[in-house]
Write a protein that binds this ligand. Structure first.
Ligand code: SDX
Length: 432
């Protein structure tokens, strides 16, 4: 995807004979970018810890406007997709760049349904994990191990191999997540069922047993599908950037997605949904909220309000709005709208949004603030929350990986500002 400079930045450096001319490129939306590639030849690196001001790549998949609270997947607004689409249709859109017609959609759903089983031998990998292993530890391990079963489709330069791998990962992630849960219970794994939708099948594999079926409630299935949909992709977030960086070395896509799962696990990223529930349980009562708000504002206290704040959204996370509405729908239909945890979350949100500290730092609820409350209402255990985020995010990860490897790319290799020891001679131990 070649770029044409729309204008030029001139960098004048004190003491340099000539200023440095840097090309500026524009995209279809969002800020222009300054190509700093030639700085190295001039003896400089850019310096941007946390990549706050760095565009790592070009992409056509997802656009976010943090100030306006806009999230578009291939140009379609997230609120319209949440209201009118479903997770598998969004998977198709992310992978292919357009909404499927009926024949394309039916074929895609059929394909995904026919890849939901995992190799029977993969079941033995689970025996190596303790019953109390965190599901994300298991999902990291078994997702990477998937590559050991698909030597027939690991040529990343073969478009057909990339397509079948994308389908396998989207299809198998719910199966692996449910198996991680069943392992923790000591219950038998449940095979996927092709007569069920993607979300229904996941709930079936989570809660059915060989002794009795699990009748999937349409309300919970719809809520589960929307949770997957709202987590499907989010531009160059930490885990997607990890998948891209791993992919830039030519690693196979199963290994790249396993790296993405590892990055997502952190409480500052996908682990936040689990951390929100842990935090709400720690706060314990609406009466304690003020104490915790004070802790969150104290620069010397590491405590943060989990589910609040975002690197990009300095306005409401549009997914949080949809999640909040879904939360009310699900709890209302389940008759638990008086859930004390929900009441505490709503009170915490109200206080935080009126507090000068949060207002001045533009901290709003993010996608993780309400998702945990919905998952809890569905009956999902807290330790499974991030595994569900990983399941929902799989199409995003694999769409970005595919976009990168299907175009010319370079291995990702950042540099540094070195502040260590300058060269010194080795000293024999007798002389130290
Ligand atoms: C996800 O990138 C993505 O797109 C991620 C994601 C996706 O879909 O992939 O959207 C999913 O990861 C959502 C974020 C989930 N994480 C949390 O909810 C954890 C709590 N939030 C924070 O840790 C924090 O807000 C981050 C990590 C999300 C963003 O951190 P930044 O952009 O590096 O901002 P920062 O940490 O520098 O915070 C700016 C200021 C700081 O104060 P000062 O140093 O300026 O004085 O705001 C404060 C922070 O102390 N702050 C908070 C806070 N979040 C930021 N203070 C209290 N509570 C919080 N939650």
């Amino acid at each position: 995807m070649a770029n044409e400079a729309k204008k030029t930045a001139t960098l004048s450096i004190e003491g340099a004979a000539e200023p440095i001319e840097l090309p500026i490129y524009g995209g279809s939306e969002g800020p222009d970018v300054i190509d700093v590639g030639k700085l190295t030849s001039q003896g400089y690196f850019t310096y941007d810890p946390g990549f706050v001001s760095t565009a790592s790549c070009e992409s056509e998949i997802t656009y976010i406007d943090g100030d306006q609270g806009i999230l578009l997947h291939r140009g379609y607004p997230i609120d319209q997709l949440a209201e009118q689409s479903n997770h598998l249709e969004l998977c198709y859109l992310l992978l292919n760049g357009h909404l499927p017609n009926k024949a394309e959609n039916d074929q895609f759903v059929h394909t995904i349904k026919n890849h939901t089983m995992v190799h029977e031998q993969l079941r033995h990998f689970f025996q190596g994990f303790r019953r109390d292993a965190h599901p994300m530890a298991i999902m990291c391990g078994v997702t990477g191990a998937l590559s050991a079963f698909y030597h027939d489709s690991l040529d990343i330069d073969n478009p057909e191999h990339r397509t079948i791998t994308a389908h396998r990962l989207i299809a198998k992630m719910p199966t692996l997540a449910a198996m991680s849960y069943k392992h923790s219970l000591g219950q038998p794994f449940m095979y996927p069922r092709n007569d069920l939708s993607y979300a229904e099948n996941f709930l079936h594999m989570m809660f059915a047993t060989p002794c009795e079926d699990y009748v999937v409630s349409p309300t919970l299935a719809r809520a589960m599908d929307r949770i997957f949909l709202l987590h499907a992709d989010h531009e160059q977030n930490a885990s997607t950037s990890t998948v891209r960086l791993a992919g830039s070395t030519g690693a196979n896509p199963f290994a790249c997605v396993a790296a993405g799962i590892a990055a997502l696990w952190g409480p500052s990223h996908g682990g936040a949904n689990e951390a929100v529930l842990t935090m709400l349980n720690e706060i314990g009562s609406v009466d304690n909220i003020d104490t915790y708000i004070k802790k969150a504002k104290d620069p010397n206290d590491p405590f943060r309000i989990m589910g609040f704040g975002h690197r990009v959204y300095k306005n409401y996370d549009p997914r949080a709005k949809v999640m909040q509405q879904t939360c009310h729908e699900v709890l209302g239909e389940l008759g638990v709208e008086d859930d004390p945890i929900l009441k505490m979350a709503q009170r915490l949100e109200q206080i935080a949004l009126e507090d000068e500290y949060f207002v001045s730092k533009r901290l709003y609820p993010n996608v993780d603030f309400y998702s945990g409350i919905i998952l809890k209402a569905i009956g999902i255990p807290v330790e499974m929350f991030t595994g569900i985020f990983a399941t929902g995010r799989t199409p995003g990860w694999i769409a970005h990986w595919n976009e990168m490897v299907s175009h010319p790319y370079k291995i990702g290799r950042p540099r540094q500002l070195y502040k260590g020891s300058t060269q010194r001679d080795y000293v024999a131990i007798e002389s130290r």
